[in-house]
Design a protein around this ligand. Structure first.
Ligand SMILES: [Zn+2]
Ligand SMILES: [Zn+2]
Length: 283
């Protein structure tokens, strides 16, 4: 079970590899750029080469890139939608240049237009992306969300409809399941029965083979709170037992894990990594 953390790219993309290695990670997630800016500029070729070399040396797998928060692939406003699709395609192209295995993206918000509208919007975006030849190397992973406000993507059935619809475009696609978002959206994992229902839902709605990555986070919010607030492993409302059951479920035990837990001090990542290693194999 490859394990890693979301790692900072401050000082250059390649620096994230050094940080992941220093933490003893096998896997890594990064932002490919400033996640709060619209303006696009390509990663210089020398930086791409350096990143690929460092990553190869470190033997990290998988490497996931998380898209910019600004991207809204469900946006009803045409200008916002077009900007979002433009940046999404740029980020996917960049992820492919960097040799990333996955590009994790949220599904945005259609406002009052509802889930069917969001579905059509996202599929149009993915179709355009695939038509440009993108998504053949790096796999796009749709991340389930906490379902706050009009946000789309908290229901696995909805995410599954996109994965199903995108098949026709020959784009590599799959699910990144976030445990905090899932819990906040009503997918409980605190008892053995809950875990079984979650695995059944993933299998029915998405297909277990399409689950490629888990964002392992505890949740500050209660079940069904729709609060997207991550907590240290074992210190939130899910707790150690539930997360341990998920880690040790035979159908989930081999899925790579990325922690997106809070980082207030330098000891937070080592603490969460060691908690995961401790509860792995102990359900
Ligand atoms: Zn996440
Ligand atoms: Zn989150």
């Amino acid at each position: 079970m490859p394990l890693g953390v979301h790692t900072s790219i401050a000082g250059g993309l390649w620096k994230s590899v050094e940080r992941a290695v220093a933490l003893g990670c096998d896997a890594m997630q990064i932002f490919g750029r400033n996640p709060r800016a619209w303006a696009w500029s390509p990663v210089p070729e020398a930086e791409v080469a350096l990143f690929r070399e460092k990553r190869k040396e470190a033997g990290l797998w998988p490497v996931a890139i998380h898209t910019t928060y600004l991207i809204n692939l469900s946006a009803p406003d045409d200008a916002n939608f077009d900007k979002s699709v433009f940046l999404f395609k740029k980020e996917l192209g960049s992820a492919e240049r960097l040799g990333a295995d996955y590009l994790v993206t949220h599904l945005g918000s259609p406002g009052e237009m509802g889930p069917d509208y969001a579905l059509r919007r996202i599929l149009a975006a993915l179709k355009e992306t695939a038509a440009e030849g993108l998504g053949k190397e790096t796999r796009v992973l749709l991340e389930n969300t906490a379902g706050s406000g009009y946000g789309f993507g908290s229901s696995l059935a909805d995410v599954g409809r996109i994965i199903e619809g995108a098949r026709a475009f020959r784009l590599k696609i799959g699910l990144c399941y976030d445990t905090c978002h899932g819990f906040a959206a009503g997918y409980d994992i605190r008892t053995p029965g809950d875990i079984e229902s979650l695995v059944m839902s993933i299998n029915k709605d998405i297909g277990l083979k399409n689950l490629k990555l888990i964002h392992l986070n505890d949740s500050k919010g209660l079940l069904n709170s729709h609060l997207d607030r991550h907590e240290h492993i074992g210190k939130g409302k899910i707790g150690l037992e539930g997360l341990s059951r998920l880690l040790n479920h035979p159908k989930l035990a081999m899925i790579p894990l990325i922690l997106e837990t809070p980082k207030k001090t330098g000891s937070d990542d080592p603490m969460n990594l060691s908690t995961v290693k401790k509860i792995k194999g102990e359900a």
